[in-house]
Design a protein around this ligand. Structure first.
Ligand code: NAP
Length: 258
C-alpha cells in the first residue's frame, strides 16, 4: 500500500534501536526524510547509514538526551516536521514504596513532559500547513498497569490525558495525534526487564521468556518491524480520521472486549 507520505519530513526521537528504530525504518520505507535522535552517537550513525542505504532517503542525526531542553532544542533546529514520533527510554522497575519525588519527576520529565514539549514545538507549524501526524510511543501500562513499573504507569497516564484533549483541538486543522501502546516487544528494553525477573526469581533467561510468551495469546514477543508498520500507517494519508486513539499492540495480552 502506498502510504502517501513520500517526501514528508519526520522526526523520530530515541530511534537508534528498538521500537523507535522500527518506526524510523517504516517511515523511511514509505519515503520520508528523517531526523533521528538518540544519546549514543555510534548506534545512531549506524542506524542512519542503514536507512539511507536501504531506502535512499535523507537522514539527519542529532545525538543527545531528548529529555533535556538542550537535547530537544538541538533536534527541533532541524524542523519543520510534518511527522513527529515521540519516544524515550522507559523508567526503571521498582516498588511503590521506594520511589522518591525525584524518581517521579525524572519519569514525568521523560515520558510525559518531553513528548508534550515536542508536540508544543511541532504542532503550530503542522496546523499552519494544514497537515500533520503525531504518534507517541507509550505503553500497555496505560490500559493495564504493570505493578513494578509504577513510574511508567503514572507518567504515561498523564501524557495520555493530555493527548486525549489536545488531539481534538488540532484535528480541525488536518493534524492527528495518536498513541501506540506496546506490549512486550523483542528489544533491549525487554531483555533488561526479563533480566530483572531472572535476578529476582533465580530462573534462566529462557525460562523467563517462555513464561512471558505463554501468557500472551500470540505466544511470542512483538517485533520492532511490525510496531513500525503500525506507526507508519498512523502517519499515513489513510489515517486522517483516526484521532486521539490508543492502539494496543500486545499480541492479545490484555484480556478485554474493548
Ligand atoms: P530500547 O530497545 O531500550 O531502545 C531505546 C532507544 O531509545 C535507544 O535507541 C536509545 O538510545 C534511545 N534512548 C533512550 N533514552 C533516551 C533519551 N533520554 N534520549 C534520547 N534517546 C534515548 O527500548 P524500546 O523497547 O524500543 O522501548 C521504547 C519505549 O517503549 C520505552 O519508553 C519503553 O519503556 C516503551 N515500552 C517498551 C516495551 C517493550 O517491550 N520493548 C513495552 C512497553 C513499553 P541511547 O541509549 O543511545 O540513547
Amino acid at each position: 500500500m502506498d502510504l502517501g507520505i513520500r517526501g514528508k519530513r519526520a522526526l523520530v526521537t530515541a530511534a537508534s534501536k528498538g521500537l523507535g528504530r522500527g518506526c524510523a525504518e517504516a517511515l523511511a520505507e514509505a519515503g520520508c526524510d528523517l531526523v533521528l535522535n538518540a544519546r549514543g552517537a555510534e548506534a545512531l550513525e549506524a542506524t542512519a547509514a542503514a536507512l539511507r542505504a536501504a531506502h535512499g532517503v535523507q537522514v539527519v542525526t542529532v545525538a543527545g538526551d531528548i529529555t533535556t531542553e538542550a537535547g530537544r532544542a538541538a533536534v527541533l533546529a532541524h524542523g519543520p516536521f510534518d511527522i513527529l514520533v515521540t519516544n524515550a527510554g522507559g523508567p526503571p522497575p521498582g516498588l511503590w514504596s521506594d520511589w522518591s519525588r525525584d524518581d517521579f519527576i525524572k519519569a514525568i520529565d521523560a515520558n510525559m513532559l518531553t513528548p508534550i514539549a515536542l508536540m508544543q514545538a511541532c504542532l503550530p507549524g503542522m496546523i499552519e500547513r494544514g497537515w500533520g501526524r503525531v504518534v507517541n510511543i507509550t505503553s500497555q501500562s496505560v490500559k493495564s498497569p504493570i505493578p513494578q513499573l509504577g513510574l511508567s504507569n503514572a507518567a504515561r497516564a498523564g501524557l495520555t490525558g493530555f493527548v486525549g484533549g489536545t488531539a481534538r483541538q488540532v484535528a480541525p486543522h488536518g493534524v492527528t495525534i495518536n498513541n501506540l501502546l506496546p506490549g512486550i516487544h523483542d528489544t533491549d528494553r525487554a531483555t533488561a526487564l526479563d533480566g530483572g525477573v531472572v535476578k529476582a526469581r533465580g530462573i534462566t533467561m529462557d525460562a523467563a521468556r517462555a513464561e512471558r510468551m505463554a501468557s500472551i495469546p500470540a505466544r511470542r514477543y512483538g517485533t520492532a518491524a511490525e510496531f513500525g508498520a503500525a506507526c507508519a500507517f498512523l502517519c499515513s494519508q489513510h489515517a486522517g480520521f483516526i484521532v486521539g486513539q490508543n492502539l494496543l499492540l500486545d499480541g492479545g495480552a490484555l484480556n478485554s472486549t474493548l
